[in-house]
Design a protein around this ligand. Structure first.
Ligand code: NZQ
Ligand code: ZN
Length: 387
């Protein structure tokens, strides 16, 4: 195993009724609260009223309307402005990954005199952020337990991945019941996202029995429980397991001590969302089998063989087995009704070259230590194969 250091400073409060702890946790950070949320799902499920009822002793300001693939100009900039004008002490993010990510970006901009975009793109340094408490309503990204924030800027087709130890949420309240209302489409996309987070870590040059065991179990759990949740959206056990698996999947804990990864499928998907504003998990599900087919070779085949444990597949012929594994992933995504071609999401040949160039410049997928380095031409072919 390689040396590593690991620290997740986020307190997780998990389970039905966890919201009881909200006031106590929030009051540790101050009185002035910026409540952030999306397009209204929290109102429909009664969570907004529940939160407001519990915030009587706080001064609450709001930023709402945060969209999927949260936008810099529309949401981050106004959020930073409110924080500065109202002396916000803590951000309470209630929603899915987009609300959490937007809140993380706001949290660094709020305590800096620099341009927030320059911070998010590492042009200028930052050394602090406002504390974030969140109530998660969608199992998918793992933003509730990680240091990442993905922010889109359609003006420049950018979708950037910002990472900072200062933006780990202080407290994440995870009540699976709040995910009962998540649509079938978002439930499937969220699960595909989390499966892909595990795969990005699994497909590395070095691993261990321990790491592989955790990752294979996580994929099995996600595949098993999403089917139950799609059939019965109010199955608490399935929603709970999905939520916890998603939370663990993006935090790095699964790949501590393994070889380096550079998340190529995410690198490619970011351009697809940056250019076409598609749902992240759907884009990933479409790219996954195409990327796998593309990189399958003598150097990579053994990781596919290990991955065969997910489906309990066996074959003497390594390449035959690897191809079966890829086919199983494709069939699985199809079985949860993910449209498996980019055309179905409105993407055609027109901007493929441009997107491949964008990915090549911004995502550094040709890093030589990567599991399988990709140059611009490789990226273009993978996108074309996904159409
Ligand atoms: O806006 P509202 O009305 O809340 O509706 C949302 C939104 O339309 C809805 N929703 C959320 N909770 C719901 C619900 N609908 C009914 N009932 C509920 N309980 O679901 C839709 C999608 O929400 P969104 O937050 O966009 O989804 P997700 O959690 O999948 O987040 C996607 C974003 O996270 C980024 C993605 O790129 C994308 O921008 N990612 C963040 C990562 C991170 N921070 O570590 C890692 C990921 O790889 C990913 O890149
Ligand atoms: Zn993802």
């Amino acid at each position: 195993m390689r040396n590593f250091s690991y620290n997740t400073p986020t307190k997780i409060i998990f389970g039905e009724g966890s919201i009881e702890k909200l006031e106590k946790e929030l009051s540790k950070f101050g009185k002035n609260v910026l409540l952030t949320y999306g397009g209204g799902s929290i109102k429909k499920i009664g969570l907004y009223d529940e939160v407001i009822k519990r915030l009587k002793k706080f001064n609450v300001f709001e930023l709402n309307g945060i969209e999927p693939n949260p936008k810099y100009s529309e949401s981050v900039v106004p959020g930073v402005k409110i924080c500065k004008e109202k002396n916000i002490d803590v951000i309470l993010a209630v929603g899915g990954g987009s609300v959490l990510d937007c809140s993380k970006a706001i949290s660094v901009g709020a305590l800096s005199n620099e341009d927030t975009w320059d911070i998010l793109t590492y042009k200028v340094k930052h050394d602090k952020a406002l504390p974030i408490v969140d109530i998660l309503t969608l199992a998918a990204t793992g933003s509730e337990y990680d240091s990442g924030a993905v922010i889109s800027r359609p003006e420049t087709n950018d979708k950037i991945d910002f990472g900072s130890k200062y933006v780990f949420p202080k407290v994440s309240i995870l009540d699976p019941k709040y995910t009962f209302s998540v649509s079938k489409r978002q439930t499937a996309a969220g699960t595909a996202d989390a499966i892909n987070h595990v795969l990005e870590q699994f497909m590395a040059r070095e691993s261990s029995l321990l790491n592989d065991g955790m990752m294979i179990s996580a994929i099995k759990s996600l595949m098993h429980n999403v089917k139950i949740a799609l059939d019965n959206p109010e199955d608490y056990q399935a929603r709970a397991e999905l939520m916890y698996a998603c939370t663990l999947a993006c935090n790095g804990i699964f790949s501590n001590g393994t070889g380096p990864q550079n998340w190529p499928m995410h690198g490619i998907e970011h351009a697809l969302s940056g250019y076409y504003d598609i749902t992240h998990g759907e884009g990933l599900a479409i790219i996954t089998p195409r990327w796998m087919e593309y990189i399958l070779c003598d150097k990579t085949v053994d990781r596919f063989i290990k991955l065969a444990e997910v489906f309990d597949l066996h074959d003497e012929d390594k390449f035959k087995l690897a191809k079966k594994v890829i086919e199983e992933f494709y069939k699985f995504f199809e079985s949860i009704n993910i449209p498996m071609n980019l055309r179905k999401l409105g993407i055609d040949e027109k901007r493929v070259k441009e997107m491949a160039h964008h990915v090549h410049i911004c995502e550094h997928l040709d890093w030589e230590e990567a599991f399988y380095p990709l140059n611009e031409e490789d990226i273009e072919k993978i996108i074309l194969n996904s159409l």
